[in-house]
Write a protein that binds this ligand. Sequence first.
Ligand code: BGC
Length: 815
Amino acid sequence: MARVAQFVVSGLLAATVANGQSFDGTSRSEDAFSYVQPENTTILGPYGHSPAVLPSPNATGTGEWKEAYAKAQEFVAKLTIDEKADMVTGQPGPCVGNIVAIPRLGFPGLCLQDGPLAIRVADYASVFAAGVTVASTWDRDLLYERGYAMGQEFKAKGAHVALSPVAGPLGRSAYAGRNWEGFAADPYLTGVAMEKTIRGHQDAGVQATPKHFIGNEQETQRNPTYNPNGTLTDVIQEALSSNIDDRTMHELYLWPFANAVRAQAASFMCAYQRLNGSYACENSKALNGLLKEELGFQGYVMSDWGGTHSGVSSIEGGLDMNMPGGLGAYGKTPGVGSFFGKNVTYAVNNGTVDESRVDDMIIRIMTPYYWLGQDEDYPEVDPSSADLNTFSPRSTWIREFNLTGERSRDVRGDHAELIRKLAAEATVLLKNEKQALPLKAPKNIAIFGNDAGENTMGAVNEATFEFGNLAAGGGSGTGRFTYLVSPLEAIKTRAKEDDALVQYFLNNTQIATNNVTDLWVPATPDACLVFLKTWAEEGADREHLTVDYNGNEVVESVAKSCNNTIVITHSSGINVLPWANHPNVTAILAAHYPGQEAGNSIVDVLYGDVNPAGHLPYTIAKNATDYNAPPTTELSTDGTHDWQSWFDEKLEIDYRYFDAKNISVQYEFGFGLSYTTFSISDINAEQVAESIPSIPEDQPIQPGGNPALWETIYNVTVAVTNSGDVKGATVPQLYVTFPDSTPEGTPPKQLRGFEKVSLAPGESRTVGFELMRRDLSYWDIVSQKWLVPEGEFVLSVGFSSRDLKEVAKITPVSV
Ligand code: BGC
């Protein structure tokens, strides 16, 4: 399975690598991979190669950022060269990332904190629902509200920069360890989620950091392997290279990041791994070309932690801030060394780097700071952060941090209410037969599974734990719980209202290996609630797609004797559910990672106080082997550059792949039931733009790119009716099928609109979708433009990607 590939590193160094990748998956018992690289194929392009795009474009201070840009210019003019080096280099300190203060200019420094579901290094802060969870709401307002509430907490703790949200990974592979930090395996839904979250964070006054840019689709070999006995830069094997072709880059991976730029995100975090042969944090095509030029990004690019692999090349390649930085000597160990720091001073003094480039880096850093008013009355860093920060404990500090703010400030406000609501609205009802749900005051409830009870492993999820409710994943994207309401606790409280008997069995081994009729008393329970969990964390890809801790056996054991088995999963995302069609499994709820109110939010859904309206942000296949694009996990060669991941499936990830290959699935992308029923009728598509030429007008670039791409050119409406007898919400979804004239490889249908609508029984409402030019365009690799293809488009609206009810046909481009 060896493959020889010719590629270029940093656009400078040509190399030939032997790339033997073994995907036989023998170590993965039930999830064998089928992906095999073609033998001895020579790849000379079109990808696996990253051209140089130089110089790094200067910020111009367009639009709303004009005044702040002028202030940033004034600020930079007052700095010495050493201060400039400080401004672009992190230091060990109280926060996960720190830029030191410059007291003589009244600049308090910057505090950067993780992460995408909570301010992690903090006490008395909330743990919100994870990205995958909130994406399951398909609710623009809730996405914004969550972003805003999180932003409030970051700010109140004195963090200037939130290392959130995540659009990379996007979800190319079902196995990727960090998919749950991001939103959906679809660029459109992720794009909306990015935009809403960023606007929320920044409206609350904190800088957002969309990450990880770009191609960060797996954990395995995300960083290089260093020689443990060698010098600090002695690399045995470089990090994985995500090799992505230009069209796939634009239509899939760059898409949601374009929304992020358009939402005026302050900063971007570049990814650990290589992209088309060069490290993402020095990839000038990605940072200078795509991000700063094409998308008109005006903010700054910070490196992922330890993701900087050069000084001058990174600076020229578009990197503006090195994190976590350190002393300024070459180094790989976080917090110890930095390719920036003192090296920036040297490089400017000896003429290797033009000082104007360093000035631009600082202008980019300071413009959003002024724009968000962070120079006025910003809360001081909470000193408790310094005590909790295991990343750079006080013993590692080199510079002084003056922590005079009030310690352990409680910043949670009334966010618990929102978190409860969010997670309930995000719960996806996958199956509901024999009217199992909502529960009707059951008198005898049995609860099963090690996910149901109290968390037994403390406040922070650092590793998987057998006993206790799982409400967040692990790594830098986790949160520190001040409390967690377990499902067991919440059900016990609720069941008291019905004077019900609540019995519980929390040991999966016991349940799986015993006859459950020997466990419960006195008779078969009215409802058997089975709580299952699936762990995922940063730094590791998932070993399998099944639920953890013998979850399948637990379900089988309970369902064997209980004809009303209701399964609830707390999971990082995709699980194959081999028992989904078991006749005694009457209901299935996917609750993902709900955050601190886990128990309350699931009780709200189980008892019908909240009518579930969540929809899947990915596909649940019938078998694990049905998924394509597995992570690159094993190499049979040990060459320095051998870790290559060829994104050969191109645009076909998740539902696009299952649709293109006509594979039947268990639950499709966009699927989700309700306690009521809905119908859709009366589709109407109206052209809004007077005429629609195939080529967009070339307007001056604004954040988000050519503004013409964001102009609404069609309005589509449908009538949605609640045809059942309880109040509920649903999410009509619009999918576009491109005309035959579109280049080969275009997925059969692509999500291009959705809108959540809440309706009383019998109520009907018109729901509108605005189609922008980008929505009806493909990326033309020849002209390097988004083009609307000639011919007839099919617009389908329904309740999931495979439950399409209404169809309209349009021909936007007149020939
Ligand atoms: C992660 C980032 C995170 C950073 C700081 C890195 O390992 O990839 O997402 O923000 O650490 O904790």
